[in-house]
Ligand binder design. Structure first.
Ligand SMILES: Cc1cc2nc3c(=O)[nH]c(=O)nc-3n(C[C@H](O)[C@H](O)[C@H](O)COP(=O)(O)OP(=O)(O)OC[C@H]3O[C@@H](n4cnc5c(N)ncnc54)[C@H](O)[C@@H]3O)c2cc1C
Length: 410
């Protein structure tokens, strides 16, 4: 097989990138080891800032047709205190959406693959990445895939993109993947029926972990439990329902939410969750989305990072494919845009993770946010990606914050 770009992994990052480059007229292969639709362990909450990216992909109507639930903010619980933050109120200049959405990943991701195929990408489901190919000069010149019948398939590509998620084999093959030892977490996810739908996503914090949940299409309740991986070793019985219920005494409000619920999908686990990479661009290859690294699902920003990264890498590859002499500069621009847009958010997320280790801090913050809802709005808006952390340095942002504060309600 021959192509301009081989994209490995058809999550939001890979499909969005494949759609963009195929629409630009390049020959694109989009390969995934799974047949679609496939599940992906996720909180299934798309932050408000995803909306313009879906628009640009021409996927807004197809996503709307799936019946996503609007998510207007987040209810934060912890240590007996509760606060609610909404996305409205603190929207910065040019912001487009006042709400995020809750949608099952199996259906959402399939819509993005359709967008890539409609744009002209060639779709290769059940094609697993096995290894990179290099030219005599050491430049990456393609990849070996394993097809549905198990036979190896050699694929020559001017560029290979690793969009193969948080446990990226391409990042590992490139020697740039590193664990984040201080954040060794594990997540369990499942869907539930018969839970009262609410317009706010919810997070229930407890020492060492949290429950996060969102109502998604079909009125299902998408539930995540995130705990340190070492708690798995302390697990007494191989009964995941009992394991999850064992955390309700530390998050009683969440236990009550699930009291009459019926689980509709098996528990699925994923971990470790946190990785970083030491480089994202290479001669003939690049990483995008979770393959570049991931920290923690608490702030629910991963899909936005994937869509943002796909657009930025799409711009860079467009330039590099048109004029190979400019490839180095184009890839440097991709790295710089990631550093500008994503790195500060990851730094904020890391600071939040560290703060969560101090119950007195969490309790104090939630109590303040319960009294002063604009504070909860601020946190939710920051983690919903509608406000970039750099806005916090602008006096105009704080003027808008003060003006909006009285209008917000718990
Ligand atoms: C528990 C949990 C909850 C989360 N909740 C949220 C949330 O509510 N909101 C949010 O925005 N983000 C959330 N995230 C993060 C979000 O799921 C990811 O950031 C997002 O899916 C990244 O998209 P991606 O395209 O980079 O990778 P993925 O969506 O992981 O897609 C990678 C694709 O690569 C394929 N693949 C992997 N290996 C190979 C291989 N060797 N060969 C071929 N194909 C391969 C996989 O099958 C998969 O389809 C959560 C993450 C976790 C773990």
């Amino acid at each position: 097989m021959r192509c301009d770009v081989l994209v490995v992994g058809a999550g939001p990052a890979g499909s969005a990138l494949a759609a963009r480059l195929a629409a630009d007229g390049f020959s694109v292969l989009l390969a995934d080891k799974k047949a679609f639709p496939r599940d992906k362990p996720c909180g299934e909450f798309l932050s408000p800032e995803c909306a313009p990216y879906l628009d640009a992909l021409g996927a807004t109507d197809a996503v709307a047709a799936l019946g996503p639930r609007l998510v207007r903010g987040m209810r934060l619980h912890g240590y007996g205190v509760e606060a609610a933050g909404r996305f409205r109120g603190l929207l910065p200049r040019g912001a487009t959406a006042e709400h995020g959405i809750g949608i099952r990943r199996a259906r959402f991701d399939a819509v993005l693959v359709d967008a890539a195929v409609r744009a002209g990408a060639r779709w290769l489901p059940r094609h697993e990445f096995v290894g990179l190919r290099r030219g005599d000069d050491g430049r990456i010149s393609g990849a070996t895939l394993r097809g549905p019948d198990g036979a190896p398939i050699e694929c020559e590509a001017r560029w290979v993109v690793g969009a193969d998620g948080v446990h990226s084999r391409i990042a590992r093959a490139l020697g740039v993947q590193r664990p984040v030892p201080w954040l060794d977490q594990f997540a369990l996810v499942a869907h539930f029926a018969e839970v009262e739908a609410q317009p706010l996503a919810e997070v229930h914090l407890f020492p060492g972990g949290f429950f996060a949940a969102t109502t998604v299409d079909a009125g299902l309740f998408s539930v995540n439990l995130v705990v340190p991986r070492r708690t798995l070793r302390q697990r007494a019985a191989p009964d995941w329902d009992a394991f999850v219920a064992g955390h309700f005494d530390r998050a009683p409000a969440f236990g009550q939410r699930l009291a009459a619920a019926r689980r509709t999908t098996p528990w699925r686990g994923i971990g470790p969750l946190a990785f970083r990479t030491t480089a994202q661009t290479f001669a003939g290859a690049a990483l995008v989305g979770d393959a570049c690294g991931y920290l923690d699902p608490l702030t629910g920003e991963g899909i936005y990072f994937a869509l943002f990264g796909a657009r930025a890498l799409g711009d860079a590859l467009h330039g590099a494919l048109h004029s190979p002499a400019q490839a180095t500069a184009a890839m440097a621009a991709y790295t710089a845009s990631r550093r500008r847009e994503i790195a500060p958010r990851l730094a904020a997320s890391a600071a939040l993770q560290r703060a969560l280790r101090h119950p007195w801090l969490v309790r104090g913050f939630l109590a303040a946010a319960a009294r002063w809802p604009a504070l909860a709005d601020l946190v939710v808006t920051l983690t919903g990606d509608t406000v970039h952390p750099r806005e916090l340095w602008r006096p105009s942002f704080w003027r808008a914050f003060r003006a909006a504060a009285p209008a917000t309600a718990p």
